[in-house]
Design a protein around this ligand. Structure first.
Ligand code: SD4
Length: 326
């Protein structure tokens, strides 16, 4: 075992003995010790994160867990027909079908996910059922829908009048160009920490507007759209899913925190990985993360990514820094 690995192992063992999460600093000089916060906090992507945070915090204040908060918080956005990127009212694929992706992860490392799900308004709640009621992590398409119906979810039309009209306009040219920060990049990813200090997360989306039929993005992929490690931290992603899928970005952010990076550095390094390896200039990606001490960080490729953070009754919308500055 190399001396660095031994050092990391030893500092982790020492921290575990203290009931703390500890990692080694990148320079191996001193361990970074994260003391677990027990102040409830909700963190979520984009401005629809504001109402989602309010609900998540209420759920946790009423005794719910971080998992309950992360599920119920994003359900507010799934149920809003005016939002064109999540749940009902979400922009359809290029054939006019609304297909939804979502995943959820709890503080014990359990995970549930649905992808390419149609006609069910709350994919996040179905993802939680997959996690809790099946031996699997992910159900897709028709199978996911059949499972949802068997669990008592109602089948409904998710294509609203407005999203149908917008799609009919789009069909006239059928020109698919992902536009940075506009319309097709508004997934909600949420991280909650409850009064016991536990972390859980959720991620739900209708994916890219006018995508190919059958296309699944990063949002239901554990490690890409969401990752939670209750010993270190949690991360969520938004933006052009193909880039997060190729770099397993949310896992990477949490892994970097585990290795000693602070939350902000971890988000920046995960964006740097995309910049170094992929054609990134015309696409937006944003990472949002929180460690067990309640520290938060966010970083995007382009300006324009914002997120909502709520703690101690204060709910704020914050602009993330970005790799490209304008
Ligand atoms: C996807 N990441 O399907 C999602 C889309 C989106 O914020 O985030 N938006 O690729």
């Amino acid at each position: 075992m190399s001396s660095r690995r031994k050092f990391i192992k030893n500092s982790l063992a020492a921290s575990a003995a203290l009931g703390l999460a500890g990692t080694a600093c990148a320079d191996d000089k001193k361990p970074t010790v994260l003391e677990r916060s027990t102040t409830p906090k909700a963190l979520s992507t984009w401005n629809h994160g504001l109402p989602a945070n309010e609900v998540a915090m209420r759920v946790m204040q009423d005794g719910g867990s971080a998992l309950d908060g992360a599920e119920k918080g994003v359900m507010v956005v799934e149920a809003d027909p005016t939002g064109t990127s999540v749940g009902i009212g979400g922009a359809p694929d290029r054939d006019g079908n609304v297909t939804l992706d979502a995943c959820i992860m709890d503080n014990e490392g359990n995970a549930g996910s649905v992808c390419f799900l149609q006609s069910i308004k709350h994919p996040i709640a179905v993802a939680r059922k997959v996690m809790e009621e099946t031996p699997h992590v992910m159900l897709a398409g028709e199978g996911a829908k059949r499972f949802a119906l068997a669990q008592g979810f109602a089948e409904e039309n998710l294509l609203t009048e407005n999203s149908r009209k917008a799609w009919e306009e789009w069909v006239k040219t059928s020109n698919y160009e992902p536009v940075i920060n506009v319309e097709n990049h508004d997934t909600i990813g949420m991280i909650c920490q409850d009064a016991n200090g536990n972390l859980s997360g959720s991620c739900t989306t209708s994916g890219l507007a006018y995508k190919m039929h059958g296309r699944v993005g990063d949002s239901p992929i554990i490690g890409a759209g969401l990752f939670v490690d209750n010993d270190y931290g949690a991360a969520v992603a938004t933006g052009m899913g193909e880039l997060m899928m190729k770099t397993l970005g949310s896992f990477l952010v949490v892994e970097l925190i585990r290795q000693g990076a602070n939350v902000q550095e971890a988000c920046e390094e995960a964006i740097q990985r995309i910049v170094d390896k992929l054609d990134y200039k015309s696409f937006q990606v944003g990472y949002l993360a929180m460690d067990i001490a309640g520290n938060t960080g966010a970083y995007a490729i382009h300006p324009g990514f914002n997120y909502a953070e709520m703690v101690n009754g204060k709910n704020e919308l914050i602009d993330a820094k970005s790799y490209i500055n304008e």
